[in-house]
Design a protein around this ligand. Sequence first.
Ligand SMILES: Cc1ncc(COP(=O)(O)O)c(C=O)c1O
Length: 366
Amino acid sequence: MIPFNLTTVNEFDFEYLYKNIEFKEKLKEKFHREFNIKNSYFTTSCSSALDMAAEIIEINPGDEVILPSYTYVTTAMGFVKRGAKLIFADISEDNFVMDFEDVKRKITSKTKAIVPVHYAGISMDMDPLVELANSEKIYVIEDAAQGVDAQYKDSYLGTIGDMGTYSFHYTKNISCGEGGALLLNNSKLEDKANVVFEKGTDRHSFIKGITDKYSWVGLGGSYEMSEYLMAILLGQMDKKEMIMKERKRVYDYYQVLLDKEIQYKKPVIPEYSKSNYHIFPILLKSEEIRNEIIFKMKEEGIHTTFHYQPLHLSQFGKRKGYQQFELPMTEKISKQIIRLPIYPDLKDEQIEFISETLNKIILGGK
Ligand SMILES: Cc1ncc(COP(=O)(O)O)c(C=O)c1O
């Protein structure tokens, strides 16, 4: 069976752990240097980084948050938990990220945050979005779970809005099994972020020598990534170039081998974007065909998959009345998408086998 994903974590990634160096400082320093990050908090997951973000901007009942429905549940969770009303915007057919015109239409006086999700490491056109959000005093929180090492113009994803979040889950390009980070780009939020990260205490001031003890000063949680995982993540960062190069090899080879008719609808990587080749998605003609192809590929020993179940049509979303949102592109893409295996260890022969099998199944006797 060709698995859908294989991690690049191996014994070499544990080297830092054995060397017993100062992982935390070294990790921060490395990420900041490589991705031009101002300030960061390494967390247990991207989900917990998003939860932190909602706490930092003090989401209150009645606040509105604009986000795509075509995303993972935890893009929404932190906001919903604090009483926000989710306002779902549709995605663009070109690259499956939020449609700027729909976002614009949905802004009201209650909008507190906009959360662009950088699907497959491709971003929206961020300049107009940030300009609009700034003029309306709305926070921009980038869900860059899939966007580590990808760029919008000269900026790394996650460093453009007020905050950005990363995932290092085992399915991601750079991984430590489970992990994430919150990038803090708006320094006005720093004091609050320090308290939230330090479990609701002013320990940060204590460590800096500003106070002689620390105590409970606000809301917070236990968000910090284990130092052991930091050591592994540091090892992964040493392989960043290899990971990107190999994922691009797989991506490009699929493009050569898959019949053009099959690739008629694939997210377009815009001029302003530098992808990290996180996902190789294609759209099939209907949900029935998509499901049949996943089944037939499995019979041939190839694991393919799909996502996301739109949040507004989920069991919880319906209970909240969110099914009233009309999001035709979200529904179409979630029904018709298929994702092919893409990871550095995928051999050329395997890519050839996957492509030939898919060509044969879809195009039949052609
Ligand atoms: C867009 C998006 N946001 C958030 C997450 C959550 O990431 P994590 O598993 O690190 O919590 C994911 C996970 O795949 C995701 O795809």
